[in-house]
Design a protein around this ligand. Sequence first.
Ligand code: SME
Length: 156
Amino acid sequence: MDNSKTEHYKTLLHQVKALIDPACGWVTNYANVSAAIQQTFQHWWCGFYFVNSKNQLELGPFQGPVACTLIDFGKGVCGKAWEAKQSIVVPDVHQFEGHIACSAESNSEIVVPIFSNGEVIGVLDIDSQEFDAFNETDRIYLEEMVELLANISVKI
Ligand code: SME
């Protein structure tokens, strides 16, 4: 399983490198990256939240069903990854204290912070209907992927 996951991520990273267009703004680039992840893995939900001027995470480009729009610092898996400044892999969201259920269909989740100049500017959030869908392979490759986006200045 992980061999094929690794191969998918390698292809996806090449695709994302080619997709990112410095001539375009952040919505264009982040929207295409969420679509590329979704086309590769068909997870339940995949998208971005960004730190807004009120110091909350605000919903950005995503693929999947409608989602929560604002998340406070330290709240939910997203807010906790922001606070901890590190990725969080959740094998079973029902066991994660404070998990924010945007959808009853989600059973596992990974959240990866996006950094610019050492500060968290947003997070990549991916949800799966399967339990235990994410592991170290996902964390490593998704962290590499968001680094490719870190230079795109987000205005939210
Ligand atoms: N489950 C997340 C909220 C965002 S949705 O999953 C899209 C959380 O606990 O932060």
